[in-house]
Write a protein that binds this ligand. Structure first.
Ligand code: IVH
Length: 486
C-alpha cells in the first residue's frame, strides 16, 4: 500500500470501529460479531504500529493510554455540580410541584422523568480539534461539587464515551465546539459480579456495592484496569457557553443522543403528580431487570427558561427533585441489645443501632424477634449489620456485614434469666422460640395491655397513650377494670 492508501485504510477502519462501538456500547445493538470487530481493531493497531505518524488522540486504539504521572490533578468546575433534594412520598412530590408552579408564574411547567442511576456524576469537557469537530479534553469527578479530580485517562477507557465528535454532528445541532457533557458513570451488575468473583479468587474482601466499586475503579491509577471493569456512562446534561443547552431537558437528551452519547432510554414527560407516581411505579417494576442499580427517579422541570426563574438553593436546584425508592438498606453498628416485655409477657430483643438514614427515615432501633434469631444470625454486640426498611415496614436487621471496613463485634449477648421489668423468673416453654415473664402483676404487661387496648386499631381511645399507660402501671393500678387483664 502507498502512504495515502494506508492513511485512507486507517481512516476507514476507525470510522467502522467507531460505528460498531456506537452500536454496541451506546445503542446496545451490535451488528457484527466480536471476532469481526476484533479483526478490524487488530488491523488498525498493526497499521498504526507501522505508521506511528498516523496515530491520533481520538483513534479507538488510544482508549487505554499511560497512567497519570502525579495522581489526579484538581480541576474547578465551570459551574458547580450540585446535588438534588429528595422526596420520599407522593405528598412530598405534590408539595414540590405546588412550589414549582407558584415560583414559575406564567412560565411553562412540564417535567421530564429520568431514572436516578446509582453511580457517580462525571463532567466531560470537549474542545475544538483540527478537523473542525470536538475532542474529549478532560473527564472530571464531582468532588465536593466545586472542585473535582481530573480522571481523563480513566474516562477515555469507557467505550460509551465518544473520544471525538465529528463536525457534521456539531453543525447539525449548532452546538459550539467547546462544550461539556455531564452524566452518571455506573458499573453494571454483571461487571460487579465478575469483579467480586475475581476478588474472591485473590482472597480480597468483596466490594460492597456497584456504586462503591465504580468509585474505586475511577480512582484507580492504572487505566488498563479501568478498561476491564466495563463502566458505562449515561449522559444527562449538556453545557455550552457556561450554561445548560439547548432550550430544555427533553431537547438536551435528544441532542446528546444525536451526538453519539448513551442516554438512558427509560425517560418520559410527566405533567401531574399522578403521572410522576406512575413513572415511579414502572421504574420500581423494571428495577430488578435493568442490569444496573437505580435508587429512584429524577424529575426535572423541562424548560430552561423556567429552570432559570426557579433558580437554586445552596446545594440543589429548585427545578429538580429525586424521588427515592423507600425499600432501602444501609449498614450501621449494633451498639447494644435491649429487652422489652410485651403484653403477653413475651421478651423481645431490640437492636439499638447507631442512627442511620434508611428508606427516608432515621432508624435507631430494629426488632430482633427472639433468641433464635440472634443465634441464627450470629449477632455480636459491636457488629456491623445491614438494616432494611421498606415503606412503612418496621426496620429489620438482615445480616452481619464483615469486611475490611467492618470488623466483627466482640460481645455475646446473654438473654436475661429474670424479667427486666419486674425481676421475676422468665420461662421458655418446650418447642417455643420466646421467653416469657409469667408474673401476672408485671407492670410491663399491664402497661402494654392498656396501650394495646387504647390503640387506633382496637378501641381507639384518645388520651390513652404512652404517658397515661406508664402512669397507671407504675401506680400499681387497681386491677378492677375489665381492661386490666393483669
Ligand atoms: S441531575 C443539579 N439526573 O444523583 C442536578 N442526577 O442525588 C443534579 N444522578 O449528583 C444531577 N441519576 O450523581 C441527575 N438522571 C439523573 C441522575 C442523577 C443519578 C445522581 C447524580 C447527582 C445525584 C444527586
Amino acid at each position: 500500500m502507498t502512504e495515502p492508501d494506508v492513511a485512507r485504510r486507517v481512516e476507514k477502519l476507525r470510522d467502522e470501529i467507531r460505528h460498531h462501538e456506537h452500536l454496541y456500547y451506546v445503542l446496545d445493538k451490535p451488528a457484527i460479531s466480536d471476532a469481526e470487530f476484533d479483526a478490524r481493531m487488530k488491523e488498525l493497531k498493526r497499521l498504526e504500529a507501522a505508521h506511528p505518524e498516523l496515530v491520533t488522540a481520538d483513534s479507538p486504539t488510544q482508549r487505554v493510554g499511560g497512567k497519570p504521572a502525579e495522581g489526579f490533578r484538581k480541576v474547578r468546575h465551570s459551574r458547580p455540580m450540585l446535588s438534588l433534594d429528595n422526596a420520599y412520598s407522593e405528598e412530598e412530590l405534590a408539595d414540590w410541584n405546588r412550589r414549582v408552579h407558584e415560583l414559575a408564574g406564567n412560565l411553562p411547567v412540564e417535567y421530564t422523568a429520568e431514572l436516578k442511576l446509582d453511580g457517580l456524576s462525571v463532567a466531560l469537557h470537549y474542545q475544538p480539534d483540527e478537523a473542525g469537530g470536538a475532542l474529549l479534553s478532560a473527564g472530571v469527578t464531582r468532588g465536593d461539587g466545586q472542585v473535582g479530580e481530573d480522571i481523563t485517562t480513566n474516562i477515555r477507557t469507557i467505550r460509551s464515551v465518544p473520544l471525538s465528535i465529528p463536525p457534521e454532528k456539531l453543525q447539525k445541532l449548532r452546538l459550539p465546539r467547546e462544550f461539556e457533557v455531564r452524566g452518571e458513570c455506573v458499573m453494571p451488575e454483571a461487571a460487579f459480579e465478575r469483579l467480586n468473583e475475581e476478588r474472591e479468587r485473590e482472597g480480597l474482601p468483596p466490594a460492597v456495592n456497584p456504586r462503591n466499586a465504580a468509585a474505586g475503579t475511577l480512582r484507580t491509577l492504572e487505566p488498563s484496569i479501568v478498561a476491564n471493569r466495563r463502566l458505562v456512562f449515561y449522559a444527562y446534561f449538556l453545557l455550552a457557553g457556561g450554561d445548560y443547552w439547548p432550550q430544555g431537558q427533553t431537547a438536551t437528551l435528544d441532542a446528546l443522543t444525536a451526538l453519539g452519547f448513551r442516554v438512558n432510554p427509560h425517560r418520559g414527560r410527566v405533567d401531574t403528580v399522578a403521572a410522576m407516581m406512575k413513572f415511579v411505579a414502572e421504574a420500581e417494576k423494571q428495577r430488578a431487570t435493568l442490569g444496573y442499580e437505580i435508587d429512584g427517579v429524577v424529575l426535572k422541570v423541562d424548560a430552561h427558561a423556567t429552570q432559570q426563574r426557579l433558580g437554586y438553593t445552596g446545594r440543589a436546584p429548585r427545578w429538580a427533585i429525586a424521588y427515592k425508592f423507600t425499600a432501602e438498606s444501609a449498614v450501621t453498628r449494633l451498639e447494644d441489645i435491649m429487652i422489652t416485655v410485651g403484653r403477653s409477657g413475651k421478651l423481645t430483643p431490640t437492636a439499638m443501632l447507631t442512627p442511620i438514614f434508611v428508606g427516608g427515615v432515621t432508624v435507631s432501633r430494629a426488632t430482633l424477634h427472639n433468641a433464635d434469631f440472634i443465634e441464627r444470625k450470629g449477632l455480636l454486640i459491636g457488629d456491623w449489620v445491614r438494616v432494611e426498611r421498606g415503606g412503612d415496614v418496621i426496620p429489620k436487621v438482615v445480616e452481619v456485614v464483615e469486611d475490611a471496613d467492618h470488623p466483627r463485634g466482640n460481645r455475646r449477648f446473654s438473654y436475661p434469666s429474670i424479667c427486666p421489668e419486674c425481676g421475676n423468673a422468665v420461662v421458655r416453654e418446650e418447642g417455643e422460640a420466646d421467653w416469657r415473664c409469667v408474673n401476672a402483676d408485671c407492670p410491663a404487661k399491664l402497661r402494654e395491655s392498656l396501650l394495646h387496648f387504647g390503640a387506633r386499631g382496637v378501641m381507639n381511645i384518645e388520651g390513652l397513650g404512652e404517658p397515661q399507660c406508664n402512669n397507671c402501671s407504675s401506680a400499681g393500678w387497681c386491677g378492677a377494670s375489665p381492661i386490666c387483664i393483669g
